[in-house]
Design a protein around this ligand. Structure first.
Ligand SMILES: [Zn+2]
Ligand SMILES: [Zn+2]
Length: 287
């Protein structure tokens, strides 16, 4: 099953067994369910969100959701579900948050999330023994500003140089792969903005890789931006949403026609699958 199949409506209530993990894969129990069939990780938070005294909750500005990792006894480590949440961007998986609404396995969809950072806190386990606890800082993907190429003049912070100095494809690529990994220390200021800054590294590299031609149909970009750069759009091949942070293997720079075709065309899925293979081949060739 394709990542573009995984669509939920924010605020709607779904049955975990029938409509979430039962349909798209992942464990029927536990807080974190990472699917083997689809590029998705489903995370479930309780009614009060409490797990041994820890509460999953939004910060005051409703920008950052703190989600406690899985593991009832001993130190939590980045294996299984915890690794899946931290690495969802690197692995091209969408992270979907659900909140429990009833005892009979029904959950409200809170939206697609991005793991911004992780942090460790000390606290008791199931038996009251002190241990390391993983906390994930998640933001809603829709709260992240839309991705634009780094050369967009309106988006440069005040006082910064324009245009940016020429950089090699290899160094742009290295920066892109570095940016996609969540830091192990909590981001404390404007988390959506910080993810946007990191996602720009990915998009900047992907646009440089495309060299002015659509990575889907190979046609030259249909027009140029006011600053002279070629107009292409960033598309995530594994996810329904195009903003957020993902590995360059799962992001393509494509023309508006191919982009519409993938999201709205009768052959959209096949076109997306071909694009995914083309990008994987390209990335395996780039050193
Ligand atoms: Zn195209
Ligand atoms: Zn797209």
């Amino acid at each position: 099953m394709d990542g573009l199949d995984v669509a939920f409506v924010e605020g709607n209530v779904y049955s975990r067994s029938k409509e979430i993990t039962g349909r798209f894969g992942g464990s029927p129990q536990g807080g974190i369910a990472h699917s083997r069939q689809t590029p998705a990780v489903f995370i479930f938070t309780g009614e009060g969100g409490e797990k041994f005294g820890y509460v999953d909750k939004w910060d005051d500005a409703e920008q950052v959701f703190t989600y406690t990792g899985e593991g009832q006894v001993g130190d939590m480590t980045f294996v299984r579900g915890n690794a899946a949440v931290r690495d969802h961007g690197v692995e091209g998986r969408a992270l979907h948050l659900f909140k429990k609404v009833s005892r009979n396995g029904r959950y409200r969809y809170m939206g697609e999330m991005q793991c911004a950072s992780t942090s460790m806190v000390r606290g008791p386990d199931k038996y009251g023994d002190e241990r390391e606890i993983i906390q994930f800082q998640l933001v809603r993907v829709r709260a992240i500003p839309e991705v634009m190429p780094a050369t967009d003049v309106n988006d440069l912070p005040a006082g910064s140089q324009f245009p940016s100095p020429p950089t090699s494809l290899a160094s742009l690529r290295a920066a892109a792969y570095k940016a996609v990994k969540p830091p192990g220390t909590k981001i404390t200021t404007n988390t959506p903005r910080s993810i946007y800054q990191r996602s720009r590294s990915v998009v900047e590299y992907v646009f440089a890789r495309a060299q002015g031609s659509c990575e889907c149909c190979d046609s030259i970009a249909p027009f140029r931006r006011p600053d002279g750069t070629f107009y292409l759009e960033a598309h995530h091949t594994e996810r329904l949403s195009d903003n957020g942070l993902d590995s360059p293997v799962f992001v393509a720079a494509i023309c508006p026609t191919c982009h519409r075709r993938i999201h709205h065309g009768s052959d959209g899925k096949a076109t997306n699958a071909a694009l995914r293979r083309a990008i994987a081949a390209k990335e395996s060739l780039v050193i």
